[in-house]
Ligand binder design. Structure first.
Ligand SMILES: NC(=O)c1ccc[n+]([C@@H]2O[C@H](COP(=O)([O-])OP(=O)(O)OC[C@H]3O[C@@H](n4cnc5c(N)ncnc54)[C@H](OP(=O)(O)O)[C@@H]3O)[C@@H](O)[C@H]2O)c1
Length: 238
């Protein structure tokens, strides 16, 4: 029987790399997407060295053509996608820099907000549009969101990042409805504050803790719900 196919974006490091490993260890064939071919190759070779079924595709989620190529490649070679983890994401706003990239919403450039939105939100939209119609019944889409996008717990600072994740949660709700008839589950996850490049070394959680709910929603038989925002395998408010 053909292995189930999982696609993970931003798979060269951090939560994306660990999610790729975990899904491959569960028997998926993982199509690990990274925008940097060298970083992606290194990451994928390390997984392959452990005899895991993983291959690299170079995909920048801002590049529609690369995503269309990915869709064509998967259609021709596998004909299906069982799991899509929209993990790629970044924060451009920083505390240190004033001006255009300031974490202060009174200073940040709207272009910075738009760039963040392009990667973190529209990147996931492009991936869903390219792959969702190849998902069989039982397919799962996991959008890696953040508590920083949670309207019920909204705080100051990091306007672009917060808006991008709130809007990613909108994608989750809309596609959970749109894809319900096809039997595809769509959920958002907040991984918590995790020690990655993005989270920094002072973050409270390990990468293993951070991916737990992502992998559970992507692959576990007990995770059957759709249209939720999750942390630690429990629903949280939007
Ligand atoms: N760490 C946390 O505390 C935390 C908390 C809440 C949510 N999250 C979310 O978790 C996800 C993963 O982050 P992480 O913590 O693992 O951070 P990370 O180590 O910085 O990894 C981010 C990954 O996303 C990739 N990426 C960024 N922009 C991309 C683009 N346009 N196209 C393709 N790949 C792109 C990066 O690629 P490059 O290596 O090429 O830059 C990298 O592989 C993000 O969506 C983030 O918002 C993280």
């Amino acid at each position: 029987m053909q292995a189930r196919i999982a696609v993970v974006t931003g798979a060269n490091r951090g939560l994306g790399l660990a999610t790729s490993r975990a899904l491959a260890e569960k028997g998926f064939h993982v199509i690990a997407c990274a925008r940097d071919s060298e970083a992606g190759t290194q990451a994928v070779q390390a997984l392959q060295a452990d005899k895991l079924s993983v291959e690299l595709r170079v995909v920048d989620v801002n590049q529609s053509e690369q995503i269309k190529d990915l869709g064509r490649y998967i259609r021709e070679n596998y004909g299906r996608v069982d799991v899509l983890v929209n993990n790629a994401g970044m924060i451009l706003e920083t505390r240190e820099a004033g001006g255009d990239r300031s974490a202060n919403p009174l200073l940040v450039s709207p272009m910075t907000v738009m760039e963040t939105f392009n990667s973190n939100t529209l990147g996931a939209l492009r991936m869903i549009q390219a792959l969702a119609l190849m998902m069989p019944e039982g397919g799962r889409i996991v959008n890696v969101s953040s508590g920083m996008g949670q309207l019920s717990d909204m705080d100051g600072g990091w306007l672009g990042y917060r808006m991008s994740k709130t809007a990613l949660n909108t994608l989750t709700r809309v596609f959970a409805t749109e894809l319900a008839e096809r039997g595809i589950a769509v959920n958002s996850v907040c991984p918590g504050w995790v020690r990655t490049n993005l989270g920094g070394e002072n973050a409270s959680r390990s990468i293993e803790e951070g991916i737990d709910t992502i992998v559970w929603l992507a692959s576990d038989e007990s995770a059957t719900e759709s249209g939720g925002f999750w942390r630690d395998r429990k629903r949280i408010d939007w």
